[in-house]
Design a protein around this ligand. Structure first.
Ligand code: PCA
Length: 214
């Protein structure tokens, strides 16, 4: 059976868990639209995350790769549109490294677009009652690093679609960040299933306005 590779991240920034890995690990082995899910956890490290991701792609030969990360403070599932060729870490990574204004790939393109059908995924999520948005920036930390590195790795494998979804804090995390938005793990898991199904069953993306004025 063809495979979908889903990745989450280990905890970072003093959190006890990372809801991205909690949601993704629960989908290991699940079947979605005739595909079997393989789940992997990536280090929140500039140095290790991409070698881990590339190894996971080699091992699983997926037809779709969706990387998932936590974006504390965001209120919805965020379908990332673009990864940019810069590391600018506001906080050190889990190995204590804090690159500032360094390219991810020396001489690489400034940016890569996600190749997921974002608008079809957005529509499917909203129809399933799951709050979602298209995001115009994945930041400049490890998640953007992984999105850019993923699309760089897939640049000559156009049949393998790839992209990135940011998710809010879990309710338990938000309780320690008063006022921050959260989504339950159940909702996130269900959202990932809906998003992956839409990505697997949509050939040409739909036209749906979901941009931002700022
Ligand atoms: N979120 C961080 C890195 C790991 C994660 O889950 C980010 O948004 O860059």
């Amino acid at each position: 059976m063809p495979r979908v590779l889903l990745t989450g991240f280990e905890p970072f920034c003093g959190e006890a868990l990372n809801p991205s890995w909690e949601a993704v690990r629960a989908l290991e082995g699940v079947r979605i639209a005739g595909h079997r899910v393989a789940a992997r956890c990536l280090a929140v490290e500039f140095g290790r995350s991409l070698p881990q991701l590339r190894a996971a792609i080699r091992e699983t030969s997926p037809s779709l790769v969706v990387c998932v990360g936590q974006a504390g403070g965001r209120a919805q599932l965020s379908l990332e549109r673009i990864g940019i060729n810069v590391d600018d870490a506001r906080i050190p990574d889990n190995a204590g490294r804090q690159p500032v204004d360094l390219p991810i790939v020396d001489g690489g393109p400034d940016a890569y677009f996600s190749t997921l059908p974002l608008k079809a995924m957005l529509q499917a999520l909203r129809r399933a009652g799951i709050p979602a948005e298209v995001s115009q920036t994945a930041g400049t930390y490890v998640c953007n690093h992984v999105l850019y590195g993923l699309m760089h790795a897939l640049r000559r494998k156009r049949r393998i679609r790839g992209g990135f979804i940011h998710i809010p804090f879990s309710p338990e995390q938000a309780a320690a960040h008063p006022g921050a938005a959260s989504l339950s793990l159940d909702t996130v898991q269900q959202g990932l299933r809906v998003a992956v199904r839409a990505a697997l069953t949509t050939r040409d993306d739909i036209r749906l306005a979901a941009g931002a004025t700022h």
